[in-house]
Design a protein around this ligand. Structure first.
Ligand code: 4GS
Length: 240
């Protein structure tokens, strides 16, 4: 899978994605990420990428021209795929949205800075507007990293154990079950008996029940359907 990231701070995204399973996936070529800096496409003499908003008001706005030329450059070299603009006005990112994005071959993520970007770029070039939540961050870079992380971890071969993505919270529309491991300070005290029993079926059943109870208690909004047969919505995986 290929990503293009249009950003004034490519190093911020590159560095953030260089760790752990995502960093390995990039190293191993399971995913390629290209960075395009609108600054390189600012043709005015001071290399400006922002300007005062028409109509007045505080702050600056990212200019249309450098963004448009950056996108043109991507299209000239290959395919931009769906152009995604990270913005609080977008559709809220959920696992189901991530799974849809993971079906794409190429995504181009546009990171805004300042007060935002010229609306004409959004109207003309953006296919999807996505928000990582109802709060304001200082730039779209952090949001782009969230999107790339959730999408890349679904690519086959990225997670060591092929099961891991499947057993993640939200992959079955529910929260995850509680986990326990060795502790010198605590010993085995406080660890549910069944997990030490070696009975795989009993363990699976316990975990499923815990996940259902936790979801009902902490995130009842995730459960859909009647009060009778409460069932979490099924979220298909990539390649399913
Ligand atoms: C988000 C968000 C965001 C909006 C970027 C103001 C700088 C900022 N982007 N989900 N300009 N929430 N963007 O707050 O995606």
């Amino acid at each position: 899978m290929n990503f293009n990231v249009i950003t004034l701070f490519p190093d911020m995204v590159k560095h953030t994605l260089s760790f752990g399973v995502i960093g390995k996936a990039i190293e191993n070529g399971l995913v390629t990420i290209s960075y395009i800096n609108p600054r390189d496409f600012a043709e005015n003499k001071h290399g400006r990428v922002d300007d005062k908003p028409f109509g007045g008001g505080p702050g600056m706005v990212m200019m249309y021209d450098p963004l448009k030329r950056a996108l043109k450059n991507i299209e000239n070299k290959g395919h931009a795929g769906d152009v995604v603009f990270l913005s609080p006005q977008g559709k809220e990112l959920k696992q189901s949205v991530c799974n849809d994005l993971a079906k794409k071959n190429t995504l181009t993520l546009v990171c805004g800075r300042y007060e935002g970007i010229d609306q004409r770029f959004v109207d003309e070039c953006v296919d999807q507007e996505i928000s990582i939540g109802d709060y304001v961050i200082s730039g779209g870079e952090v949001a782009a990293c969230v999107v790339i992380d959730t999408v890349v971890r679904q690519i086959k071969g990225v997670l060591g154990d092929d099961e891991s993505a499947m057993t993640d919270s939200f992959m079955n529309g529910m929260l995850g079950f509680p986990q326990y491991t060795r502790s010198d300070l605590l010993g085995q005290s406080g660890v549910p008996e069944v997990l030490l029993s070696g009975h795989h079926q009993a363990i699976s059943a316990w975990r499923e029940k815990q996940a259902a109870e936790l979801t009902k208690l902490k995130r009842p909004d995730l459960l859909v359907g009647t009060s009778e047969g409460k069932k979490a919505s099924h979220v298909p995986r990539r390649n399913e």
